[in-house]
Design a protein around this ligand. Structure first.
Ligand SMILES: Cc1cc2nc3c(=O)[nH]c(=O)nc-3n(C[C@H](O)[C@H](O)[C@H](O)COP(=O)(O)O)c2cc1C
Length: 286
């Protein structure tokens, strides 16, 4: 089977998982190419029997650039695909929305894989609960997922439709309520304005090249940042090697602090179910 993995990863968690899935697929005597999502928009997918799409969770669902990528795919009647994701404490409705969008483009989602991963957000400067993830166990699980996924595809093609996963939209949790209110308009209002400190900026283009939605034009006069297409991932500020992108996180930090307790609760539940292993004392964070 010829497989293509397409992934979006900013801080490397999803990329780590993608490599392990690829290794598993290759170990199961199948071919597997891999490409970053930003470079994949003009790719001809015809030669692939199975497509894997990987993403982090942003704001309890797939990031907007991933949503746009799926919506721009060519219709492909019945092509098999699988989805994978890394996240902090709450994966939210990521898989539900991806499956919904992929099925609108004629793709059949035949499996999924998710892993915790160390998250870092500017409004949570403390060490986050999911530090040291994906751990060895999750990486091994990703490898095994890769080893098995082509066989799952074959079995479904041979009639085992009971293997097709079903995703339900979750709406009655605290995070689902937050997710509903965190629209782009709201993010535009609550996110701090990013400023470029011209004296520090060396025009190395790191921010521009890593922006998932081309929302930065550093060579414009004056340089442009947070253009209309900004999806509020905040990565440009983190990525700038000169610290030339500045934002005042005070207000956002106050508003988001109460979430830390809720994150810990979700992780404690997952720990009880054997799905999460903490490498840091929850109480030290909240
Ligand atoms: C803007 C933003 C929003 C995020 N929202 C969530 C979220 O809703 N739930 C969650 O569990 N993790 C969330 N995270 C954490 C990321 O999903 C997590 O760190 C992920 O592993 C990053 O993947 P990457 O290393 O491949 O970029 C968020 C991270 C960012 C930057």
């Amino acid at each position: 089977m010829n497989v293509l993995l397409i992934f979006f990863s900013q801080t490397g968690g999803t990329e780590k998982i993608a490599y392990r899935i690829q290794e598993g697929i290759l170990n199961s005597d199948n071919d597997c190419d891999m490409i970053e999502m930003k470079k994949a928009d003009k790719l001809n997918l015809n030669k692939y029997d199975l497509i894997g799409i990987g993403t982090p969770t942003f704001y309890y669902r797939e990031p907007i650039n991933v949503k746009n990528f799926i919506q721009n795919l060519k219709n492909d009647d019945g092509k098999h695909c699988f989805i994978f994701c890394t996240h902090g404490s709450v994966i939210g409705n990521t898989f539900y929305y991806m499956q919904e969008e992929l099925s609108e483009k004629g793709y059949l989602v035949i499996g999924d894989f998710d892993s915790y991963s160390a998250s870092s957000l500017q409004f949570y400067p403390e060490i986050m609960h999911t530090i040291k993830h994906p751990d060895e166990i999750e990486l091994e699980e990703a490898l095994n997922f890769g080893k098995s996924i082509c066989n799952v595809s074959l079995r479904i093609k041979n009639g085992e439709s009971n293997l097709i996963p079903i995703y339900n939209l979750i709406e009655d949790t605290w995070w689902a309520k937050q997710s509903k209110t965190l629209t782009l308009d709201v993010l535009r209002r609550i996110f701090p304005k990013f400023e470029i400190n011209i004296d520090r900026c060396s025009k190395c283009l790191t921010c521009q090249e890593n922006c998932p939605t081309d929302a930065i034009d550093i060579e414009a006069d004056p340089p442009e940042i947070q253009k209309e297409s900004c999806i509020f991932c905040g990565y440009c500020e983190k990525a700038c090697p000169e610290g030339a992108i500045e934002a005042d996180w005070k207000l956002m930090r106050v508003g988001s602090k109460s979430n830390l307790k809720l994150y810990a609760q979700e992780l404690k539940k997952a720990e009880e179910q054997g799905k999460f292993r903490p490498y840091v004392d929850y109480e030290k964070i909240i």
